[in-house]
Design a protein around this ligand. Structure first.
Ligand SMILES: Cc1ncc(COP(=O)(O)O)c(C=O)c1O
Length: 321
């Protein structure tokens, strides 16, 4: 019997993976499996990536963990890299260990800054594994965008639409997950998201983008939200940022940083801003940039979509509705 309790609801299919090579997993007998999901969408640069492994070895040879009361050069550099790819100039960032943590921190900050009680999200948004986002019975407003996907006005999205008019005015944060990972990875219409974000921000709420899955170049832009005409206050980044190493980041825009600094907000956890995670994040961002992998993802995505559409299946949509 395994010593590991499997609470995922998924069966362990291939029990004995012992090695890896780019997009391939290798079992003890040497059999190779193409890892189409890159783990849990975590390894955009491939398994056993040599540059990432070297960055890890270099960093652990000096220091892995310092505690959140100390500063470190690699953490500063990685923070600058995150600020640069999010275009949050004048903003700042916090490194954590998982996507769920980055979303949790953003929501705590939003609640603190707005003093409002409610979180707004789309009906099919997955926002992490914490009970604070899984149980949505109270303190949540859920926007069902099913009708909007086929609405004849979806290109412009009428601001007078009753669905938009029903957005409450006590929203602390709209947490927007660009491709609904729990809902067939569909991208909601640009005009709809722009309108919701504008309504929330004009009423004093914040916009948090959950780019844990869609970030790090996967959609042919650095982030999923780059396909939308919105200016988020926070961007939660995870998965691909560590290429398999557990590091995540919350990018905070300039305005929210300055509001937070004039308040009393506090949050700390053991591995916040660890140099080891930061070194990995820095190398992943550098490699994506160096090797022009975002253009590659855009080109491959276009080819893949064209081929799917040529199969004559009219359920294959354009990327963003
Ligand atoms: C869209 C999305 N958000 C958040 C998370 C949570 O990230 P993590 O599992 O790293 O906590 C996931 C993980 O699957 C995800 O797909």
């Amino acid at each position: 019997m395994s010593s590991i309790y499997n609470c995922t609801g998924h069966e362990l299919k291939i029990p004995d993976i012992v090695d890896s090579d780019g997009a391939w997993l290798i079992d003890r007998s040497g059999k190779r499996y193409l890892d189409l999901e890159s783990g849990v969408w975590c390894t955009p640069l491939g398994h056993k990536n040599q540059s990432v492994n070297k960055a890890i070895t270099r960093q652990i040879a000096s220091i892995s963990h310092v505690g959140f009361c100390y500063s470190n050069e690699v953490v500063e550099k990685a923070g600058e890299a995150v600020i640069s790819i999010t275009d949050f100039f004048g903003g700042q960032c916090v490194f954590l260990c998982s996507g769920s943590e980055a979303i949790e921190l953003a929501r705590q900050m939003s609640k603190h800054l707005t003093n409002k009680p409610t979180t707004l999200c789309l009906h099919d948004a997955y926002l992490g594994s914490f009970s604070s986002t899984i149980s949505r019975d109270s303190g949540w407003a859920i926007f069902d965008w099913n009708e909007c996907a086929t609405c004849p006005k979806r290109q412009t999205c009428d601001i007078e639409c009753p669905k938009l008019k029903a957005v409450p005015d006590d929203i602390a944060e709209f947490v927007f997950e660009p491709g609904s990972s729990g809902g067939f990875v569909r991208f909601p219409p640009v005009a709809l998201i722009k309108n919701i974000a504008e309504i929330v921000q004009s009423q004093g709420g914040k916009v948090i983008v959950n780019d844990v899955t869609t970030g790090m170049g996967r959609t042919g832009e650095w982030f999923g939200y780059n396909h939308y005409q919105i200016e988020p206050d926070f961007v939660a980044i995870g998965k691909g940022l560590g290429n398999g190493y557990p590091v995540s980041a919350l990018a905070i825009n300039r305005k929210a940083v300055s509001q937070l600094k004039s308040g009393t907000f506090k949050y700390m956890q053991s591995h916040q801003n660890d140099p080891l995670g930061a070194a990995v994040a820095l190398e992943v961002i550098s490699q994506i940039t160096r090797e022009n992998l975002i253009d590659r993802a855009a080109n491959l995505g276009r080819t893949f979509l064209k081929e799917l559409q040529s199969l004559g299946d009219d359920t294959v949509p354009d990327l963003i509705g």
